[in-house]
Write a protein that binds this ligand. Structure first.
Ligand SMILES: Nc1nc2c(c(=O)[nH]1)N[C@H]1C(S)=C(S)[C@@H](COP(=O)(O)O)O[C@H]1N2
Ligand SMILES: [Mo]
Length: 326
């Protein structure tokens, strides 16, 4: 029953990928008509499409210094695709829902409480987080467990910067990320698709790995609501669902924390959830992926790479059977 309720089971692998396309097309037509029917200038058109597609009115610029170690020759996903094809179940389970409904998210004031096994527990507001370390731009591939991927220029800094600041105790073995769950702002909480709040977790050495990013922006702007404003994590070697959006609390703990998707379907979503083409999801292959923007139902799929191509992290899992610890 739980599995049936799991929206992944209802609209995957293909139907969920078709519907948003159709939605894009009808919106495109709408905007084109508007352009023809009025004297809209190119910039008005751009503004209109940003609003319709991205729900980021008055998006503030947020620049990061490009970090060459995390650049890529790969083509970046368009801002429009990255902000209209989203998984953010607190705002609905359809890919197009968050862009439509996340306008109600109030991202300021916002605080992140850091507590548990740390010598210096603290509560940081967004301005403190923005100043905690130099902002970098890092272009990461993000691979969703559903079999699609994007290439996104994020703005943020290594999560390790924050971890060092709070000084974990010797008992801190894991981090638990707790995200916002507010019915007043999040229409998706009305449906019991997941247990709310959405929670995620990492082993502390994973969290300390320089690749693990504390994200505050993307494409040179503060995070759009639908992408997890105002603060999230991005873990490019793990399936997308590990990268929790709109974090309000980080707890340092001694035991492996529960995680939202593992609670919902433990046989399908493990704690580690490293991208691994050799371990299929029980209901579909993980060997290939579709790059968003290279659509068309007959577009050639790409081969999924171990750790999503981020082999630096392999040493974190030395000696572990990654079929068992999926
Ligand atoms: N709080 C919260 N975080 C979340 C999710 C969610 O539903 N709620 N979905 C996850 C999934 S499945 C993916 S693929 C990524 C998508 O991030 P993006 O929309 O910025 O590409 O966010 C992850 N973080
Ligand atoms: Mo995902």
């Amino acid at each position: 029953m739980l599995i049936k309720r799991n929206p992944n089971g209802i609209d995957l692998p293909f139907s969920s990928e078709i519907t948003p396309r159709a939605v894009f097309e009808s919106r495109r037509t709408f905007i084109r008509k508007m352009a023809v029917g009025s004297i809209a200038s190119a910039s008005m058109l751009e503004m209109a499409s940003r609003e319709a597609f991205a729900q980021a009115p008055g998006a503030a610029k947020l620049a990061g210094k490009p970090n060459a170690a995390y650049a890529t020759a790969e083509k970046q996903t368009s801002f429009k695709d990255a902000t209209t094809y989203n998984n953010y179940y607190e705002f609905g389970t359809d890919k197009a829902d968050p862009a439509r409904t996340a306008g109600t998210l109030k991202t300021r004031p916002w605080t992140v409480a850091i507590e548990g096994e740390v010598k210096k527990p603290m509560t940081l507001d967004i301005d403190s987080l923005l100043k905690l370390a130099p902002l970098e731009e890092r272009v990461y591939r993000l691979r969703c467990v559903e079999g699609w991927s994007m290439v996104i220029p994020w703005v943020g800094y290594s999560l390790s910067e924050l971890i060092k600041k709070v000084e974990p105790t010797g008992n801190a073995k894991y981090l638990e990320f707790i995200t916002l769950a507010d019915k007043a702002q999040m229409p998706g909480l009305r449906s019991p698709v997941l247990e709310w709040p959405y929670v995620e977790g990492l082993r502390i050495d994973e969290a300390m790995h320089p690749l693990a990013l504390l994200g505050l922006g993307m494409y040179g702007e503060v995070l759009p609501h639908q992408n997890g404003a105002p603060v999230r994590i991005i873990l490019p070697w793990k399936y997308g669902f590990k990268s929790a959006k709109s974090i309000v609390k980080i707890r340092f703990v001694s035991e492996q924390p529960k995680t939202a998707w593992n609670i919902a379907a433990p046989s399908e979503y493990g704690f580690y959830s490293n991208v691994n083409p050799d371990v299929d999801h029980p209901r579909w292959s993980q060997g290939t992926e579709r790059r968003i923007g290279e659509d068309g139902l007959f577009a050639k799929k790409r081969k999924t790479l171990m750790f999503n191509g981020y082999n630096d992290v392999a040493s974190l899992y030395k000696g572990m059977d990654l079929k068992k610890y999926f």
